[in-house]
Structures are given as structure tokens and as C-alpha cells.
Design a protein around this ligand. Structure first.
Ligand SMILES: C[S@@+](CC[C@H](N)C(=O)[O-])C[C@H]1O[C@@H](n2cnc3c(N)ncnc32)[C@H](O)[C@@H]1O
Length: 222
């Protein structure tokens, strides 16, 4: 019997092609499609931060969570691939009277100086390919202060709904737990969220994940 043909390689897809949100932000310059109030996760992890904490928000979009962290007294750096999103984010920060360091670009390649007390991403890291994000997690760990946190919400493969032609590498069960096996996992929860950004009410399955970098004194304990 002939050997099965090898699976065709997946074509390389650029960040701009993976995420549909840059186009959406450009189409809606006056409105905030994700709202201006902070997300539930931002409020939860905001409570874990020391005064003046350094926060890195990856895929900050229109800035609702970055602006929230800054309004709590944090020193915030925020990255997004969409300049149209960052223009809205800057406006929101001005309106709220806070300052955020906004960086346009791909989170997988962006150069920032650590360490950070919190590296945060809400609904964005699943646009980075699985191969790329394994490297990214290594870099992000090195940028986190011992005792600092990482928190994220990611799309999982339990209930897949593709909107606006997005290209998502959905997270598999335990993928984040395995990537952070050497950290303390503070909270991990799977749930469904409602969405209607494409005009049709639907749901996405997500994982909420909060982990803490182990302090060196704990790392050496047996
Ligand atoms: C669903 S939106 C969430 C925005 C924001 N975190 C919030 O919760 O309001 C996902 C964001 O990730 C950004 N994004 C996607 N891939 C990215 C990448 N590789 N680098 C930087 N930003 C990216 C998109 O531009 C978009 O703003």
C-alpha cells in the first residue's frame, strides 16, 4: 500500500491576516467595540499588584484594561498590532488623565525592558501561532519579576466559533498549565463567553489563567 501523503504544511499567516480587529478599529474610530470599562480579569489581577507595579498588556486593543491599570497607579506598557486601536487607546487614556507607554507592533517580536510585576493579555495570545507562542512564553517568563504574575484569557478548542475570518490557534486543555508547570498556578477556569461582534450572537470557550513566578527561595525548597 502506498504511504499516506504527508499533510500539506499550513501556510504562513501574518499577524495582520490572523486578527480581524485592526480593520474593525479602523472602521469604528469613534466607538469602543470592547467598551471602556475594564474586564473582569483586569479587576481581579489588579487587586494582586503592589503599589506602582509595572504592567505589560499584550494585545491591548482600544486600551480599556491598560487604562484601568494606569488609573490604579501602575506603570503600564501596552502593545498592539493595530495603530487604529492604539489611537483609540491614547484617547481613552487622555480622557481618564493617565499615561500609558503605547507600542505598536507584534507582541511576539516587541522589545521591552523588564522586569514586570504583571504580564497580561485578554483575548489576544491565541492569534499568535502555537509554534511562535512557545518561544514567546519563554521570553515573557524571563521578563517577569520573581513573585510577579502573568494573567490571560485565551480561546480554547472546546467550542470553536470563527468570526470575521480570524485565524486562531485555539489552546488545548492543559496547554497553559504545561507551559507554566514551573510556576505557581493561582487560578485556572474554563467557561463560555457570549459575543456578537460579527452581528450574530454566539459563544467562545475560554480559559482564564493566572500564574505566579516562583520566588528563588521557594524554587530551591524541596
Ligand atoms: C479580542 S481583541 C482584545 C483587545 C483587548 N485586550 C481587550 O480585551 O479589550 C485582540 C487584540 O489583540 C491584538 N493582536 C492580535 N494579534 C496580535 C499580535 N501578534 N501582536 C499584538 N497584538 C495583537 C488585536 O489587534 C486586538 O486588539
Amino acid at each position: 500500500m502506498p504511504a499516506p501523503a504527508p499533510a500539506a504544511p499550513r501556510p504562513m499567516v501574518s499577524t495582520a491576516m490572523r486578527s480581524p480587529w485592526a480593520q474593525e478599529y479602523a472602521r469604528t474610530p469613534r466607538t469602543y467595540i470592547w467598551g471602556t470599562a475594564p474586564s473582569r480579569l483586569a479587576k481581579e489581577v489588579g487587586a494582586l499588584l503592589p503599589p506602582g507595579a509595572r504592567v505589560l498588556d499584550l494585545g491591548c486593543g482600544e486600551g480599556r484594561d491598560s487604562v484601568f491599570f494606569a488609573s490604579q497607579g501602575c506603570d503600564v506598557t501596552a502593545v498592539d498590532a493595530s495603530r487604529a486601536g492604539l489611537r483609540k487607546a491614547e484617547r481613552l487614556a487622555r480622557e481618564k488623565g493617565v499615561t500609558v507607554r503605547w507600542i505598536p507592533g507584534d507582541m511576539s517580536r516587541v522589545m521591552v525592558d523588564g522586569p514586570f510585576d504583571l504580564i497580561y493579555s485578554c483575548g489576544s495570545i491565541h492569534y499568535v501561532s502555537r509554534r511562535e507562542r512557545a518561544r514567546l512564553f519563554g521570553r515573557l517568563k524571563a521578563l517577569t519579576r520573581p513573585g510577579g504574575h502573568q494573567a490571560r484569557i485565551v480561546f480554547t478548542d472546546r467550542l470553536v466559533y470563527v468570526e470575521k475570518g480570524e485565524v486562531v490557534d485555539h489552546f488545548a486543555p492543559r496547554e497553559l498549565a504545561a507551559a507554566y508547570a514551573d510556576w505557581t498556578i493561582v487560578r485556572q477556569a474554563n467557561r463560555l463567553i457570549s459575543c456578537a461582534q460579527d452581528g450574530r450572537p454566539h459563544r467562545h470557550s475560554v480559559e482564564e489563567f493566572v500564574a505566579m513566578a516562583v520566588e528563588p527561595s521557594q524554587a530551591t525548597r524541596d
